[in-house]
Design a protein around this ligand. Structure first.
Ligand SMILES: *Cc1c(COP(=O)(O)O)cnc(C)c1O
Length: 401
């Protein structure tokens, strides 16, 4: 059956290329974990996880066990890192699916350890990454809790301390001071780890911004100083979007963009296009109202195109009367309020629009382009949220190019 025409196209080749580009941008021997949480930022987890693996990714990152199941089904070999807590009762599935959990609380280690014992795992065979709070205060152990957590990895326990993880919360601030402070805290935490004699393999730190800001070398240096290998976790950049950088207060323009960031702006290719079609056309006289509460009133005889997309698909209501989509290579205003399942475009000045014409909500058409940042600017959010709001009703279609 033909489906309602509202879909996203995922250029899997671009995603592969983005991954390869990021590996070239990173210092040598850095492992790049491809973040595919939240349905790969709305891009479709199974499509994107497989593309990342084709691009060379050996590690994939998801938020929870539920997301991991979907990824494991298509990527049997990859390491799958769980970036949030393992909840009570989930340990068994972590083991069955061969996931790599993060932990920072005793109860999480209790859950994992008892599941591992129940499954008959041998000592030191369930890999765990211990998360350290280095200043974000979101998740992670504080320094004073570290010794008791590290004791859980004693010989005889099925738990293996495979990595030390932390998250950088201000790597997009150009002066880099917060990041330096976080890395100093991490350095200190690593001394505590080393003093126990435990030898984790990975230092698992930071996201796209850290990589694009050129912090990779600092992370590698820190890892090497303690005998670990560096792992960085890009998400947004993988999908071809360069995070905006906050230049800070810089009256002298002394803070130049790092080369890595300028390269990224050149090389990263957007992966997602969001499209719909004109469902029908309708002419209205001057003075006619359009949509709920008539917030748009025709100033002259006008022609409207009805679209098969609404806020239930993730098209933000704030865009109504304030944002243009692309049809026939031209920009057309979203006229009136966006409905749950439909929206209307003013195509009065665009000749020849017909039912069935393709309409671009996000992406390119002809020489015109609409980016996730364009959406985010009008809806007062960030590209991450624009993508993740694209609803489950919107089909994800892989396209080779
Ligand atoms: C989402 C997330 C990332 C990826 O962030 P981007 O800014 O999209 O690169 C990395 N690490 C953690 C812990 C995250 O939650």
């Amino acid at each position: 059956m033909e489906q309602r025409p509202c879909w996203v196209e995922i250029r899997t080749r671009s995603l592969e290329d983005n991954y390869r580009f990021l590996t070239r941008l990173a210092p040598r021997d850095t492992e790049l974990l491809a973040v595919v949480k939240a349905n790969a930022y709305g891009h479709g987890a199974t499509i994107c996880a497989q593309a990342a693996v084709r691009g060379g990714a050996r590690w994939l990152g998801v938020t929870c066990v539920e997301e991991a199941l979907e990824v494991r089904a298509v990527c049997p070999e990859a390491h799958i890192f769980l970036m949030s807590a393992t909840y009570p009762g989930q340990g068994e599935e972590v083991i069955r699916q061969r996931l790599t959990p993060v932990a920072w609380e005793q109860w999480q280690l209790d859950e994992l350890e008892s599941a591992a014992r129940a499954a008959g795992l041998l000592p030191g065979t369930l890999p765990v990454h211990l998360e350290i709070n280095t200043g974000m205060n979101r998740q992670g152990a504080d320094e004073e809790d570290l010794p008791a957590l590290l004791e859980r990895f004693s010989p005889g326990s099925p738990l293996k301390l495979e990595g030390i993880a932390t998250h950088l919360y201000a790597a997009d601030e150009a002066d880099g001071e917060v990041t330096s402070k976080q890395l100093r805290r991490l350095d200190h935490a690593m001394e505590i780890v080393n003093a126990t004699g435990l030898l984790p393999e990975w230092l698992n730190v930071g996201a796209s911004a850290a990589l694009l800001a050129g912090k990779g070398q600092n992370i590698v240096n820190l890892a090497n100083r303690h005998g670990l290998k560096a792992m960085i976790r890009p998400g947004l950049a993988l999908y071809g979007v360069t995070p905006a950088f906050d230049p800070g207060f810089d009256p002298d323009h002394s803070l130049l963009e790092p080369d890595t960031l300028m390269d990224a702006r050149q090389e990263l290719k957007p992966v997602l296009s969001w499209k719909t079609r004109v469902a029908s056309l309708h002419s209205i006289p001057a003075g006619a109202a359009v949509g709920y509460n008539g917030t748009f009133v025709a100033t002259e005889p006008m022609r409207l195109a009805l679209l098969a997309v609404g806020y239930a698909d993730g098209l933000d209501r704030m865009l109504g009367n304030h944002f243009c989509l692309l049809v026939r290579g031209q920009r057309a205003l979203l006229a009136g309020r966006i409905s749950m399942d439909q929206a209307m475009l003013d195509v009065t000045d665009i000749p020849g629009v017909e039912a069935g014409d393709e309409v671009v909500i996000l992406g390119d058409q002809g020489d015109q382009s609409i980016s996730a940042f364009d959406h985010a600017d009008v809806t007062q959010t960030i590209p991450w949220e624009v993508f993740t709001r694209i609803g489950p009703r919107v089909r994800r279609v892989a396209v080779a190019e």
